[in-house]
Design a protein around this ligand. Structure first.
Ligand SMILES: [Zn+2]
Length: 223
């Protein structure tokens, strides 16, 4: 345990140093600051709600605008975990009281993504938001990269991509759960998570995310 912690601290130190040396704002690339005042301000939660095609209520800290999108990408692709605390604070501010007492279940991270990053993005965000993740969902590995896929193809691609690891985990066996993801786009991942959790007997109260793209229905046919 100690060895793991030391390794983590060392990695964080190297990362902090690299971050300071780079010294550009991860939100807008303006030089000379870790997170410029404008971008720090842009990360303050502006909670939005939407509903997935499958009817799951999503509470998100932000619409998927450029500063938030760039910061999440830095965490996901560039390993800039120093951005996790401000992002986690935004997520925390977006958690509604009605979800208190539920188990927070992150969508699973694929083995490949975990190997590449060394951490699970929904989990680190949730921890930074002051909640403990309940790792109840596991990836089955039956899923390909879906960034280039459209809405219908994503829904097909995600089907069967996860399973419930401990069907009876929870204070009183199956219970109320909240799905956690970093970004919600089409909602296909959330809907699949909800499907397998319900199949295992859980009550899905909704989902929380750092950012969500607006629903088409909320923003007209062109949005
Ligand atoms: Zn900036």
């Amino acid at each position: 345990m100690l060895a793991v912690w030391i390794d983590h601290a060392r990695r964080l130190g190297a990362e902090a140093l690299a971050f300071l040396l780079a010294a550009d704002c991860p939100g807008c690339d303006s030089p000379g600051s870790l997170l410029c005042p404008d971008c720090a301000d842009a990360l303050i939660a502006r909670p939005v709600r939407r509903t997935t095609p499958g009817g799951v209520q999503v509470w998100a800290a932000h619409e998927f605008d450029s500063v938030v999108a760039r910061c999440i990408r830095r965490v996901k692709e560039d390993g800039q975990t120093l951005l996790v605390p401000p992002l986690g604070a935004a997520l925390r501010a977006a958690l509604p009281q009605e979800l208190d007492g539920a188990l927070f279940v992150p969508v699973p991270t694929s083995r490949a993504a975990f190997r590449r990053r060394g951490y699970r993005v929904p989990e680190v965000l949730l921890r930074a938001a002051g909640r403990s993740p309940c790792r109840m969902l596991a990836s089955t590995g039956a899923r390909t990269d879906q960034r280039s896929l459209g809405r219908a193809a994503r829904a097909r691609n995600v089907r069967g991509s996860m399973r419930v690891r401990h069907p009876l985990l929870g204070p009183a066996g199956a219970g109320a759960v909240v799905i956690v993801d970093d970004v919600v786009t089409t909602g296909a991942t959330i809907d699949e998570a909800a499907r397998v959790l319900r199949q295992a007997g859980h009550r899905v109260l909704g989902a929380v995310a750092l950012a969500a793209t607006p629903s088409r229905s909320e923003h007209g046919v062109n949005g």
